[in-house]
Design a binder for this molecule. Sequence first.
Ligand code: FMN
Length: 312
Amino acid sequence: MAGFTDAAFRRICGSFGADYAVSEMISAAALTRYDRKTADLAKITAGEPPVVLQIFGREPETMARAADMLLSGDYPGCSYAAPPAGIDINMGCPMKKIVSNGEGCALMLHPDRAAAIVSAVREVCERHGVPASVKIRLGWDAEIAPSFARRMAEAGAERITVHCRTREQMYAPSADPSAAARVAEAIRDTGAILVGNGDVASPETAAVYLANGCREVAVGRAALGDPWLFRRLKHPEEDVRPTLEEIKSLVVSFVADVVRERGEVRGVRESRSRAAYFIKGMRGSAALRDRLNRAVTFDEFARAVEEWQEKE
Ligand SMILES: Cc1cc2nc3c(=O)[nH]c(=O)nc-3n(C[C@H](O)[C@H](O)[C@H](O)COP(=O)(O)O)c2cc1C
């Protein structure tokens, strides 16, 4: 998730049981122009679960070149503690500045182009011995995911994550997991793995996806303030919830990690909104958010969290 699944957050998700993580989306065009900020998005650090790097773009050659650069590590600023576990192709992003370029979910309007991208990226992935996968939605404004997913599987996608909303629906209303069953049926004989996505926030919602033909589920927004969700998904019978002290300690260690990676000023600034997710909905969270927004140094930030009492 752009702006969220950085290395520090991926480490947390892995520590609670995420089997793998997908990077923030990386522009193939910018990477192939050797843009340094773009290269930073592909960094993989020690202690992370396996990391699949996600690329977006519209030109098959550029996408294949970006995949090759990422998998061979042949670009300035490359830094991998472990090699990428695969390449995922974004065909789900609904944002105007992306789709107006023919990228992200706009590719679902052009299945031939989308298939050409998959087959070009797949060829590169095969050479490097890792899988190529795609992330799609149900469609642009109507459901075309079953036939579209089949096309992508035939072009070489080994794993297909379907976000069970259309582009028109953006991020609301509720996702429709029953739509995954139609996609599962359409790709059944291709061998591709179907991953269900959309509103996975509990073992119960995950179970609905699995009952609808998905082999895996992908967690989105629910993890932002509740990475413990991965533990509950792995061990639903235990239903372990974090204590207030665990939440506070996770927020502080997360921010410490971000500060180590980005420096104090930027790290603290960029952590404020992230920390807010962890405390959202708790009593007194508005007062803490206020204090965090005023914190400039890591010590101020950590003190505000440590001194916070839920009943404030
Ligand atoms: C702020 C934000 C950034 C996102 N960035 C990406 C991204 O870079 N790549 C991607 O495949 N999906 C991205 N998504 C979509 C999520 O991965 C997920 O498909 C979507 O939020 C639906 O799942 P959910 O209902 O569990 O959140 C993003 C979503 C949000 C809200």
